[in-house]
Design a protein. Structure first.
Ligand SMILES: Nc1ncnc2c1ncn2[C@@H]1O[C@H](COP(=O)(O)OP(=O)(O)OP(=O)(O)O)[C@@H](O)[C@H]1O
Ligand SMILES: [Mg+2]
Length: 229
C-alpha cells in the first residue's frame, strides 16, 4: 500500500474485514516490518532507526488495539497507570490523578478495581483507550475503537476523540467500519481494499465521491464491486 497520513489531522482508515487495517497499525509502531518498502513516521524510516530510537518513538504513540490487549493480571486502574509508571518520573499521587481523569473520561471510574476478564467487550475497548491516552501521545492509533460499543457510547467516544484533538492537536488515526464515527471525527479519509489504498484525501471528497467502490462502502450498499469474499 501507498498511504500518507498528514501530520496533525484526524485520519480515518476504512475498509472491509481482513483487508489489512490492523496490519497497517502494527507497521506504524514497528510491531510488524514490511516485506518490501518503508514506513516513515515523522519523516523517518523505522527500518533505519535503532531499537532504542524505535522505543523512544513508541513512547509518543498511544495505541488502542482491536482486542484491547489489556494486561490480564492488572486491574483496570493499573492498566491505565502503567504507561505513566513505566515512562515518567511523576509522583504516585500525580499518576493516580492522571489515571483517574482518563478513567472518568471513558466512564470506567467505577470499574477501576476490576480485572480485564470481568469487563464487557466495550469496557475493554474503553479501558484500552484510556491507557492509550495516558501519556498524551502525539500520535494516537485506534483500531476499531467503536467495536462492542453501543451507539450512544460510540458517539461519545467520537466526541472525546474530536475534543481531545482540538485541545491537544497531534495526529489521530482511527480504523473503523463505522461511517457515523468516521463522519464525526475524520478530517482525512483513506479507503483500504485487499491490501491497497483505493482512495485517500480530505473527508468531504471521500463522502462526496462518485467512485463506485467508495460510494458502495460509505453507503453500505449491497450492489457494487464489493462482495462477501
Ligand atoms: N502477523 C501477521 N502475519 C501475516 N499475516 C497476517 C498477520 N496479521 C494479519 N495477517 C493477515 O493479513 C490480512 C489482514 O489482516 P488485518 O488484521 O489487518 O485485517 P483488518 O483489516 O484489520 O480486518 P478486521 O476489520 O476484521 O479487523 C489477513 O489476511 C490476515 O490473515
Ligand atoms: Mg483489524
Amino acid at each position: 500500500m501507498d498511504l500518507r497520513i498528514p501530520e496533525g489531522t484526524t485520519a480515518v482508515v476504512l475498509g472491509p474485514s481482513g483487508t489489512g487495517k490492523s496490519v497497517l497499525i502494527k507497521h506504524v509502531i514497528g510491531l510488524l516490518a514490511p516485506d518490501r518498502g518503508e514506513v516513515l513516521v515523522h519523516d523517518r524510516s523505522l527500518s533505519r532507526m535503532s531499537s532504542s530510537e524505535v522505543l523512544g518513538l513508541r513512547r509518543d504513540i498511544g495505541v488502542m488495539f482491536q482486542d484491547g490487549a489489556l494486561f490480564s493480571s492488572m486491574t483496570v486502574f493499573d492498566n491505565v497507570a502503567f504507561p505513566l509508571r513505566q515512562h515518567t518520573d511523576l509522583p504516585d499521587s500525580t499518576i493516580r490523578e492522571v489515571a483517574a481523569e482518563h478513567l472518568q473520561a471513558v466512564g470506567l471510574w467505577n470499574a477501576r478495581d476490576r480485572m480485564p476478564n470481568e469487563l464487557s467487550g466495550g469496557m475493554k475497548k474503553r479501558a484500552g483507550l484510556a491507557r492509550a491516552l495516558a501519556l498524551d501521545p502525539g500520535i494516537l492509533l485506534c483500531d476499531e475503537p467503536d467495536s462492542g460499543l453501543d451507539p450512544v457510547r460510540t458517539a461519545l467516544l467520537g466526541e472525546l476523540l474530536r475534543e481531545r484533538h482540538e485541545e491537544l492537536g497531534g495526529t489521530v488515526v482511527v480504523v473503523t467500519h463505522n461511517i457515523a464515527l468516521a463522519k464525526l471525527v475524520a478530517e482525512h479519509v483513506s479507503l483500504l481494499w485487499q491490501g491497497r489504498i483505493v482512495s485517500s484525501g480530505p473527508a468531504e471528497e471521500a463522502f462526496n465521491s462518485d467512485d463506485p467502490f467508495t460510494r458502495q462502502f460509505l453507503a453500505g450498499q449491497t450492489a457494487g464491486p464489493l462482495g462477501m469474499d
